[in-house]
Design a protein around this ligand. Structure first.
Ligand SMILES: NC(=O)c1ccc[n+]([C@@H]2O[C@H](COP(=O)([O-])OP(=O)(O)OC[C@H]3O[C@@H](n4cnc5c(N)ncnc54)[C@H](OP(=O)(O)O)[C@@H]3O)[C@@H](O)[C@H]2O)c1
Length: 318
C-alpha cells in the first residue's frame, strides 16, 4: 500500500511522487504518461523547471483517456523567486495552472527564501536580487494565503526553509506552512529540522533523494560523495535483492517523509515506484542513520549576493 501523508483537513498526499527538475520538455510528456500508467499519482513541478506546459499536455491526455481523475492526482508546484511581491504571486500561480491545464494545485510552495526582481530567472549579479527587507517573506506568505483562500491552491508551504525562517512564518499567526520541501539523503539527514517540522504539523518532502547526479555543473563540487555508491546502501540492497535507489527511497518513507525521485526512464520510473512497498528493518534504518555528513548538494552558493544580505550562512541559518 502506498503510504499517505494526511493534512489537517484530512486531504491525503501519496508519499512517493515524481520529480520533474531537468526532465526536458522533449521527454517529460512521455515520462509523465508512463509514470501515471505505472501508478504514480503525485507529481512535483515548478515554474522554473521550464516544462510545466508539457507536463500539462500529459496530465490532460491522461485525464481525457480516463487513466486518472483530477481528484486522484496530487500536483505540487512552486512560486519562483522573481514573484515574491504582493500582486505577483497570484499571476505566477495562474500561469502555472494554465500551463498544467488545471484549475487548482494540491500544493503550492515558495521555492526559496530568496527574492529576485520581477522577470529575473537567475540574476547575473546582485542587481537582480531584492533583499528580504525589500521583499519580506511575510509579504509573500500573506499572498500565498490569499491564493489558498481563493481555492487556487488547496495547501501551501515552503521549500528550502530553515527552522528560523519557518518560525518567522508561524509567528505571523495565519496559516502555518503545511509542507517544507528540502534536500534529504543519507549524507544530509537534517533530523533537527524534521523533528521541528513534525512537532509543528509541517510535513516534509525529500528532494534530490538519489543524489541528483544529472544536476547542472554549477551545482557540482569536486569529490562529492554519491549516495547510490555508498557501501552501506549497496550492501543493504544486495542483502534484500533490491536496488540501491530503492533503499534510498524506502528510507525517507520510513521517516514519515514524502520523497520525489526524478526519472524519465521507464525502467527506473518503475523501479523507483516499487520502493513504496519495501520494508527496512530497525537495524537497516540505524545503519543508514550513521551515514550523515551534513553534506549539501544544493548548497545555495549560487544565490549569494552579500550586499543584498544573501550568504550561504544566512540562507540556511547555520
Ligand atoms: N525545492 C527545490 O529547491 C528542489 C531542488 C532539487 C530538486 N527538487 C525536486 O526533487 C526532485 C528530485 O531531485 P533531483 O532531480 O535533484 O535528483 P534525484 O531524484 O536525486 O536524482 C535524479 C537522477 O537520478 C537518476 N535516477 C533516477 N532513478 C534512478 C535509479 N533507480 N537508479 C539510478 N539512477 C536513477 C536520474 O536519471 P534518469 O532520469 O535517467 O533516470 C537522474 O540522473 C526534482 O526533480 C525536483 O522535482 C526540488
Amino acid at each position: 500500500m502506498m503510504k499517505m501523508l494526511t493534512y489537517s483537513n484530512n486531504d491525503q498526499m501519496p508519499a512517493l511522487g515524481l520529480g520533474t527538475w531537468k526532465s526536458d520538455p522533449g521527454v517529460v510528456k512521455k515520462a509523465i504518461i508512463e509514470a501515471i500508467a505505472i501508478g504514480y499519482l503525485h507529481i512535483d513541478c515548478a515554474a522554473i523547471y521550464g516544462n510545466e506546459n508539457e507536463i500539462g499536455e500529459a496530465l490532460e491526455e491522461c485525464m481525457n483517456k480516463g487513466m486518472v481523475k483530477r481528484e486522484e492526482l496530487w500536483i505540487t508546484s512552486k512560486l519562483w523567486n522573481d514573484s515574491h511581491k504582493q500582486g505577483e504571486v497570484q499571476p505566477a500561480l495562474e500561469k502555472t495552472l494554465a500551463d498544467l491545464r488545471l484549475d487548482y494545485l494540491d500544493l503550492y510552495l515558495m521555492h526559496w527564501p530568496v527574492a529576485f526582481k520581477h522577470g529575473t530567472s537567475f540574476p547575473e549579479n546582485s542587481e537582480g536580487y531584492l533583499s528580504l527587507d525589500e521583499a519580506p517573506l511575510a509579504e509573500t506568505w500573506q499572498a500565498m494565503q490569499e491564493v489558498q483562500k481563493k481555492g487556487l491552491a488547496k495547501h501551501i508551504g515552503t521549500s528550502n526553509f530553515s527552522i528560523n525562517k519557518l518560525e518567522q512564518l508561524i509567528a505571523l499567526g495565519g496559516q502555518i506552512p503545511e509542507m517544507n520541501q528540502v534536500e534529504l539523503h543519507p549524507y544530509l539527514q537534517q533530523q533537527g529540522l524534521i523533528d521541528f517540522c513534525h512537532q509543528n504539523d509541517i510535513h516534509v518532502t525529500a528532494y534530490s533523494p538519489l543524489g541528483s547526479m544529472d544536476r547542472p555543473q554549477v551545482f557540482k563540487k569536486e569529490g562529492e560523495p554519491v549516495p547510490l555508491e555508498n557501501g552501506t546502501i549497496k550492501s543493504i540492497a544486495e542483502a534484500k535483492g533490491i536496488s540501491p535507489a530503492q533503499v534510498l527511497l524506502a528510507w525517507p518513507l520510513h521517516r514519515k517523509i514524502s520523497v520525489i525521485p526524478k526519472s524519465t526512464n521507464p525502467k527506473r520510473l518503475r523501479e523507483n515506484f516499487e520502493a513504496h512497498a519495501i520494508a527496512l528493518s530497525d537495524d537497516e534504518m540505524h545503519a543508514i542513520a550513521s551515514l550523515d555528513q551534513h553534506e549539501r548538494i544544493i548548497d545555495g552558493s549560487f544565490f549569494v549576493a552579500e550586499d543584498k544580505g544573501y550568504t550561504v550562512a544566512n540562507l540556511w541559518d547555520e
